[in-house]
Design a protein around this ligand. Structure first.
Ligand code: PAF
Length: 283
């Protein structure tokens, strides 16, 4: 497994591999790898000749006062996990390598960043799109892998790939959960024991929403109210709970048969802002 920090060196390696006709799979990460990331890496390993994982805590996607400086970083552990999964190359650039000064170009997406996390994290998706576009240009993967847990990010990147004509196929992989339902996330590390126990309410509230829809409830307001009620029994502070269209991410006023919708939420437990979602087809 090669660990490469320089963009020009990575480009040379990828060029050679491509000249040999190798198919390159790419998993972009910010490190602090968990089973969710590993499921993407395993899928990339299965689909491709070469697997590249990037580890870069991207400063431009964190707002002022967010957790950039305390975001968990443990390169040794990440490196061991990547090695065990048969990763070929870890791309591990510095901030100076990715954003040499003066740095002035960003990628902005319209509409899709207005909803869900975009509302409470202004500028976040501009930072995500910019770094992912840069990584796509550097790695030139054939297939890139993203998790459904960050569903807004996945939908935004799918649109960016189309709009900016990246010759890249994208695969969105299912959410990996702990045994008690909590979605795996690097930010779960911020939870106290009590918060960790309480945080299981998130998946329970999503299942409640899904069950209400299955039983015929069509009013998003009613569903959201029940979910809020469940979360209110814990120390969780709701940032948002929304029921949105899976393509436009716009909130839905009334559910209709065959609608494919996302029930998505962001809830604070102490210092951790956790997100989760469930996709439901209304029938
Ligand atoms: O999902 C993440 O970890 C990040 O947003 C990404 C895609 C690696 C960009 O920094």
């Amino acid at each position: 497994m090669k660990i490469i920090s320089s963009i020009s060196r990575l480009r040379r390696e990828i060029d050679l591999l491509k000249r040999d006709g190798k198919r390159v799979g790419f998993v972009p990460t910010m490190g602090a790898l968990h089973e969710g990331h590993l499921s993407l890496i395993r899928r990339a390993r299965k689909d491709n000749d070469v697997v590249v994982v990037s580890i870069f805590v991207n400063p431009t996607q964190f707002g002022p006062g967010e957790d950039f400086s305390r975001y968990p970083r443990n390169f040794k552990r990440d490196r061991a996990l990547c090695r065990a999964e048969g990763v070929d190359i870890i791309f591990y650039p510095s901030t100076e390598e990715m954003y040499p000064q003066p740095y002035r170009t960003f990628v902005e997406i319209r509409e899709l960043d207005r909803h869900l996390c975009g509302r409470s994290r202004p500028g976040h998706f501009k930072g995500v799109c910019s770094v992912v576009a840069k990584l796509f240009n550097i790695v030139s993967p054939d297939i890139a892998y993203f998790g459904q847990k960050d569903i807004q990010q996945a939908i935004i990147i799918k649109q960016m790939i189309k709009d900016l004509n990246f010759p890249i196929k994208m695969k969105i992989m299912p959410i990996i959960r702990e045994k008690d339902g909590l979605a795996m996330s690097s930010r779960n590390a911020y939870l106290s024991e009590k918060e960790r126990r309480e945080a299981t309410v998130l998946y329970r509230s999503l299942c409640l929403a899904r069950d209400m829809i299955r039983k015929g409830e069509r009013r998003p307001g009613r569903i959201i109210k029940e979910m809020q009620g469940l979360i209110a029994g814990t120390s969780g502070r709701v940032d948002y709970i929304e029921i949105v269209d899976i393509e436009s991410l716009a909130p839905i006023k009334r559910l209709k048969e065959q609608d494919k919708i996302v029930v998505a939420l962001a809830v604070w437990f102490g210092k951790a802002r956790l997100i989760d979602n469930i996709i439901v087809t209304v029938r």
